[in-house]
Design a protein around this ligand. Structure first.
Ligand code: SAM
Ligand code: SF4
Length: 329
């Protein structure tokens, strides 16, 4: 059985962007109340007493926008200081990195994935739902700052949406020619947004690879990630290209992760709600961490079944109701 050792921790469901596919209009009505968020000490208790003893050693901080969470730098420092932490990373929209990249680096964060769906400021603002002053420039500067500070290699995530930004795939791939960056193309998932994108909501990774191959050639990279991305490289390029193909391929059998939402729900599979556990309520009601650990151990045992059971029915019907900002992307 695959070792499940990777926990994605959502720090907050709020975001300063409104990406159409992730934060539909009105999402704010549903925001988790401040007092319902797991606190930093609760997150640390869960890591030290529940997850780490069960073998979890890799943690990704995400959201919503994780850099909006008060106390995020302290939390990074505390997680980095746990002797069992083998790997800690963060997924962010990059907007606050101009100010925060150095503090995050000093706190012990070494890996960042920054989402960048377009190099065209107008399109970027449209996708991210920015009205008024453009946010592209500050985001781009945040990316540069992260690079200067020492986040290397830097990963950029692109959710590829047909008819919206798939025409930019070559421009985005070209970022790797002269930079030691890792650009990752993610097949768009109809999660909580299926109605927005009509019949064909995603472009198969192989179609993107073919476009890149036709332009420059493409080879499989020697560098293998430990995640779900298939890694390639344009011959002679400094950086690499990753393709995350959760729609065209099923890698549920290799799934090594669970997700903890900002309000403390543990979710064994992104694509369905089976088996979810409310760890925060249990903790606040005084359930002993050892008992929670036992419950999570049981959940780990049935995770492979949960992975497989609902995936296909969900993707066919587009029935996933919660967007990524709520689940923790
Ligand atoms: N706010 C941060 C950011 O944008 O990087 C972290 C949270 S966001 C939910 C994490 C990632 O999920 C982003 O790269 C975003 O593009 C991706 N994402 C959100 N909804 C998605 C969807 N329906 N399909 C594919 N990727 C999605
Ligand atoms: Fe915010 Fe990230 Fe969702 Fe965009 S994808 S709305 S930046 S959480």
């Amino acid at each position: 059985m695959n070792q499940v050792d990777y926990l994605r921790i959502s720090l907050i469901d709020r975001c300063n962007f409104r990406c159409q596919y992730c934060m539909p209009e009105g999402a704010e009505l549903d925001y988790i109340l401040q007092q319902e968020l797991l606190t930093n000490p609760e997150i640390l208790t869960l890591l030290k007493e529940v997850f780490i003893p069960l073998g979890f050693q890799k943690f990704r901080l995400t959201g919503g926008e994780p850099l909006l969470r008060p106390g995020v730098v302290d939390l990074v420092k505390d997680i980095a200081a746990l002797p069992q932490t083998q790997d800690m990373s963060m997924t962010t929209n990059g907007f606050f990195l101009g100010k925060m990249a150095q503090d995050l680096y000093d706190a012990g964060l070494r890996r960042l994935n920054i989402s960048l769906d377009s190099l065209n400021p107008e399109k970027f603002d449209k996708i991210t739902g920015n009205r008024g002053r453009s946010r592209w420039q500050q985001t781009w500067e945040g990316i540069q700052r992260a690079h200067q500070v020492g986040f290397d290699p830097l990963k950029l995530n692109v959710a590829v949406i047909p008819g919206v930004n798939d025409s930019e795939v070559l421009d985005l791939a070209a970022l790797t020619l002269e930079r030691h960056w890792h650009v990752r193309f993610i097949e768009f998932m109809p999660i909580g947004n299926a109605e927005l994108f009509g019949d064909r909501a995603w472009v198969p990774s192989e179609e993107l690879r073919q476009r890149i191959r036709d332009q420059w050639g493409l080879m499989e990279s020697q560098v293998r990630g430990n995640g779900p991305a298939d890694v390639f490289q344009i011959p002679g390029a400094k950086g690499t290209l990753g393709f995350i193909s959760q729609m065209s391929e099923c890698f549920c059998d290799r799934c090594n992760r669970m997700r903890l939402s900002a309000d403390g729900w543990l979710r064994p599979c992104l694509l369905n709600e089976a088996g979810q556990m409310d760890l925060k309520t249990s903790l606040r009601e005084g359930v002993e961490p050892a008992q929670l650990r036992e419950q999570v151990r049981q959940l780990l045992l049935i995770k492979p079944e949960i992975n497989f059971k609902e995936r296909d029915s969900g993707t066919e019907t587009g029935k996933y109701a919660r967007t990524m900002s709520r689940i923790g992307g």
